[in-house]
Design a protein around this ligand. Structure first.
Ligand code: HEM
Length: 395
């Protein structure tokens, strides 16, 4: 790492409030997790083997068709799947033994109570952060979905929507199915991307989407959102915080992360995030293009604010360093407004101050528009089904 990029990383860490005692904690793997395995070198062996075979045998379109009717957690596994895939799904399509239904129900209620902040943070925070996580940005850009970000964004909405639904983990919810479909997509990507000359030219030699990569992405979602909610002083009980963590623990288990790597507490999650997420954030050609496409998509919807305001909100939730990397044009008037009016907006909404702040209606419209976008499940009124890709992004 050059001095310049090391300096960027450090100042970014400071900006994000992530560089501190945690940054000197031992690396993960043997020391932090008590395991001999290293999550950067752990993938999802059984399903990876099966999906490679399914892809090679040209069975993906038939599998996608069969899975079309598999939606609710308590739906029977669809007929017509290859026997090895059906056998695998039979084994993994269930909550882990340690899942706590009471905590999952509390998490669902927490998601409902805090939905406005969650939409903003997942959408404008985590979503744009994913474009400065180089391994993720390059994988997404060079996979088939990278060529159609509108469709990809809609599929990601499906995941977020199903995870945040009140019944997410209940028999009539849909998240366990959605997570399993995502796990299959990831397995397919591990087989496909190493065949892409474009991806190979920009990526390191490791197969994408290791357990380590998934944990990094989890920190850009759950851990990041938890930190911002605390920073913004959004009232949360200890039980709420624990339930929110538990929901994410179950979610990443369903995505194939080994139990020994899953952080047990928020303190452990934040420490791991400071070690494995903050230092790797950096710009890339692919990430810049993705960010521009994502913000362009958002700007197509009438959010009641200008693109300059959106740029500044992204800077506000992620840091100016990231805003500069992505070349987000400045709008200093919006920046000043956000800095003072957003904390007041939260305080007013949470009943912590009696006086409605300036800018309240503008923020309210933005929050509502994002919520509507989310509740309409992206761009269409019905969920965009998650399907297994058959190839990579064409060159
Ligand atoms: C696909 C979620 C981690 C790369 C998907 C899909 C979802 C999803 C819902 C299906 C939608 C679609 O096909 O576009 C998640 C979640 C993660 C995670 C919740 C972690 C908590 C990662 C990581 C990488 C990655 C770490 C790469 C380093 C991809 C790629 C696709 C994909 C390349 C396929 C896009 C295509 O269709 O071509 N992911 N993902 N994901 N994900 Fe992930």
């Amino acid at each position: 790492m050059s001095d310049l990029s090391r300096r960027n990383v450090l100042s970014l860490g400071v900006a994000l409030g992530l560089v501190g005692a945690a940054s000197v904690a031992p690396a993960w793997g043997a020391t932090q997790t008590g395991s001999a395995a290293d999550p950067w070198w752990v993938w999802d062996d059984e399903i990876d083997r099966i999906m490679a075979r399914v892809l090679e045998a040209g069975q993906v379109p038939a599998v996608n068709t069969a899975m079309g009717s598999w939606v609710d957690n308590n739906d029977p596994l669809p007929g017509g799947l290859p026997a090895d895939l059906a056998g695998h799904l039979q084994r993994v399509h269930k909550l882990p033994s340690w899942a706590d239904p009471a905590k999952l129900r509390r998490a669902a209620d927490f998601n409902r109570r805090k939905d406005t902040y969650l939409f903003m943070l997942y959408g404008l925070g985590s979503g744009i952060m994913s474009t400065v996580i180089p391994r993720e940005a390059k994988s997404v850009y060079w996979s088939a979905g990278g060529a159609d970000m509108q469709d990809r964004a809609a599929k990601t909405f499906t995941f977020g929507y199903d995870l945040s639904d009140l019944n997410a983990f209940e028999p009539d919810g849909q998240f366990v199915v959605t997570a399993n479909k995502t796990r299959l997509v990831h397995a397919a990507v591990r087989h496909l991307l190493p065949q892409s000359a474009h991806w190979k030219a920009v990526a390191d030699e490791r197969i994408p989407i290791s357990n380590g990569d998934i944990l990094v992405t989890f920190h850009s979602l759950g851990t990041y959102v938890h930190r911002k909610l605390r920073e913004w002083k959004v009232p949360m009980s200890a039980a709420d915080e624990e339930a929110f963590l538990h929901m994410w623990q179950v979610a990443i288990h369903l995505l194939g992360v080994r139990e020994e790597f899953i952080p047990k507490t928020w303190a452990a999650a934040h420490a791991q995030s400071a070690q494995v997420l903050t230092p790797i954030l950096s710009p890339s050609h692919e990430g810049k293009e993705l960010a521009e496409e994502l913000l362009g998509l958002t700007a197509q919807i009438d959010l009641g604010v200008t693109r300059g305001f959106l740029n500044e909100f992204v800077r506000y939730v992620l840091s100016d360093a990231i805003g500069d990397w992505l070349g987000l044009r400045r709008d200093y008037a919006s920046a000043a407004l956000i800095r003072t009016a957003w904390p007041a907006y939260i305080a007013f909404r949470e009943g912590l101050i009696p006086v409605m702040p300036a800018g309240f209606f503008m923020f309210d419209q933005l929050v509502r528009a994002l919520a509507m976008l989310f509740l309409n499940k992206g761009t269409s009124p019905t969920t965009t089904p998650i399907t297994i890709p058959t190839g990579n992004r064409p060159g």
